[in-house]
Design a binder for this molecule. Structure first.
Ligand SMILES: Nc1ncnc2c1ncn2[C@@H]1O[C@H](COP(=O)(O)OP(=O)(O)OP(=O)(O)O)[C@@H](O)[C@H]1O
Ligand SMILES: [Mg+2]
Length: 273
């Protein structure tokens, strides 16, 4: 069964009339992780935001987005706001942008959770403490009392994952959630995403340029180029038996980088592990 289906999704810039995504149809299977990869500007972020109906005012979209069989495009903005966070949760590249810099982290968490669930302060604190501990954020209470700029990028992403754990969404859409992080934080945050899926069994769309992370996270991979889906397959098929020339180029670039690393450092390359 599919939790999400996009049918004939078209996205365009309504000031210039330029069509960015001409006609995109894809699905996410219940409980599985679909990675979207492809070159910069191919329309990955616009596609994710179109699902959430979060594109900027200058961007228009048409087509259907079915979520658990319900057509999201038919919902009012108010109904859509109820779905965001609680049922469809988006985690962005830069955690800093998700938070208002003038409030401590706890204020965001309490406002979001009180709005969706009507929980008391005490309930929210208890649930967040538990979730933050599970994503290895030490001393959750002091984290809640900090401003976004006082936390590292990796910590902010982990706060977002902890919030997702409490919200228990049906699908998480993560748009390059590790790109802004250093290598060690990337590793830790990817581990937390894997745990989030194990814990919640939630479905996921994971956008990344890092094919090593994609290989680790995804069940299926969809390759985009110039607004079109040029190939889709299981992660294994995409990495070992890609059909499209562009996919083969992406995968071979990754292998070449790995071999280069092996050559200069010795040992086994990531792709061979
Ligand atoms: N608000 C906007 N107004 C007009 N054009 C936009 C807007 N946002 C994105 N675009 C254009 O749409 C195209 C696709 O952008 P998008 O951000 O979806 O690419 P992407 O695949 O996510 O790239 P990246 O890998 O760099 O994040 C780009 O050519 C971009 O210039
Ligand atoms: Mg993007």
């Amino acid at each position: 069964m599919n939790i999400l289906e996009a049918a004939n999704l078209k996205i365009w810039d309504n000031r210039t009339g330029k069509v960015i995504v001409p006609n995109s149809s894809f699905h996410v299977k219940q409980g599985s992780c679909l990675a979207i990869v492809g070159e910069s500007g191919s329309g990955k972020s616009l596609t994710c935001r179109a699902i959430m109906r979060l594109n900027k005012a200058g961007i228009s979209q048409s087509g259907d987005i079915l979520f658990n069989g319900m057509n999201l495009t038919e919902l009012s903005e108010k109904e859509m706001r109820r779905k965001r966070g609680k049922q469809l949760c988006m985690i962005l590249q830069n955690g800093m942008r998700a938070f208002d810099p003038s409030c401590v982290i706890g204020v965001h968490l309490k406002e979001t959770l009180a709005w969706h669930f009507g929980w008391s302060r005490e309930e929210i604190t208890a649930k967040m403490k538990h979730a933050m501990a599970s994503v290895m954020l030490k001393d959750p209470v002091s984290v809640m009392n900090m401003y976004p700029h006082q936390l590292s990028g990796g910590m902010l992403q982990r706060v977002m994952i902890a919030l997702a754990i409490v919200l228990e969404p049906d699908i998480v859409i993560a748009d390059e959630p590790t790109t802004a992080l250093d290598t060690i934080s990337q590793f830790e945050v990817v581990e937390q995403f894997i745990r989030l899926r194990e814990k919640m069994g939630c479905s996921m769309i994971f956008v990344s340029h890092d094919l090593g992370i994609v290989q680790k996270m995804a069940d299926e991979v969809q390759v985009m180029k110039d607004g079109e889906i040029v190939e889709r397959g299981t992660t294994r098929a995409i990495f070992s038996d890609a059909q499209h020339e562009y996919t083969r180029y992406l995968v071979s670039t990754k292998l070449a980088l790995n071999h280069h690393f092996k050559k200069i450092m010795g040992g086994v390359s990531v792709a061979e592990r």
